[in-house]
Design a binder for this molecule. Sequence first.
Ligand code: B12
Ligand code: SF4
Ligand code: SF4
Length: 311
Amino acid sequence: MKRRAIALGFDAVGIATLDGNAHAADLDHWLAAGYAGTMSYLHRQAQQRQQPARIMPEAAAAVVTLTNYFHGAADPGHKSGVPEVGARVAQYAWSTDYHEVLGRRLGRLAAAIRALSPGAKTRCYMDAGPVPERELAQRAGLGWIGKNMMLIHPEIGSFTFIGVVLTDADLAPDLPFEADRCGTCRRCLDACPTEAFVGPHVMDARRCISYLTIEHRADFTDAERRMVGDWVFGCDVCQDVCPWNVTFARPTSDPELAPREDVLAPDLAELLRLDDETFTRRYGDTPFARPGPAGTRRNAAAVLANRERPR
Ligand code: B12
Ligand code: SF4
Ligand code: SF4
């Protein structure tokens, strides 16, 4: 099954048990502190994240995959020859929406599991479900959870997507990745431009540029607009500075994750002018669909305003 996963294009695969989440209490504290902002689905999904066996009661194991999406040097928007109209976009969004590409790939892996274990049931999850994906990846032996909350694979780094297949097939679990290889480093915590980390492993999402530009569903206050800086979608700073990425991350050659110029270096003035229909035609199959036309126009307006009056 693991050989099949690698042949399908996944970069790493492991098998996790569905025991209770070791950090269930941390999730309660995180939610109670209000750090989830308006992501109310995280409150609704808490019990399943804390006890992953509840997600699919007949499931016995999680097959957890990593897919490298690193594209190399950061910040091409500024190197594309149009710095006055370019803006920064997080690397995970530079290609066609990963939910589409990797959703299909996970479906093929699930079919392979059912072929190898006739009669087995499978359910695929990628990002959207009530699944504690980083916890399961750590438990499947794929890496540790860094101080920046990212799952870091010791040979690939953290620019990876996590995809999960829950199944009742009889699969032997891998050993969890027990080591914490952050050591005394705290570069991510210090580099965050908005001081979103309350401490190691704890982020106040309301201060995170990724939350503000992708998940936040209201106009920006002046303070929020300033926090966004020149990021029009997502943020990579706490990953760009991580030594495990600097040393080990290698650009992907996955043809289905090839960067698209219209997404990685969008023209802000043009984004502002796009009507909803044109936006959907152009960006409907990209991660920009999550904030949608109104959210994307809001983000573009904020970055343009920050250029004129940075403080
Ligand atoms: C909500 C969400 C966000 C929110 C909140 C981020 C956050 N840190 O929680 C926002 C919008 C800000 C966000 C941003 C990003 N996200 Co996001 N996000 C999610 C989502 C949907 C849920 C995560 C969640 O439950 N958060 C709540 C926190 C409390 O839970 P947790 O992250 O699972 O953390 C657990 C551990 O940290 C542990 N824990 C707590 N304390 C301690 C202490 C120690 C010592 C240890 C070891 C563990 C530990 O307990 C927590 C609860 O179980 C997941 C997909 C999923 N279904 O899981 C993707 C996911 C985590 N995101 C992902 C990505 C790619 C990003 C961005 C990089 C995108 C970008 N470039 O802009 C940024 C990274 C920001 C960051 N540093 O985390 C990937 C991460 C892949 C990876 N290699 O880790 C995921 C897994 C999606 C996917 N399928 O690939 N995201
Ligand atoms: S993604 Fe950016 S804003 Fe969010 S915690 Fe990391 S460095 Fe800070
Ligand atoms: S930058 Fe340092 S502290 Fe932060 S995740 Fe990477 S190794 Fe850990």
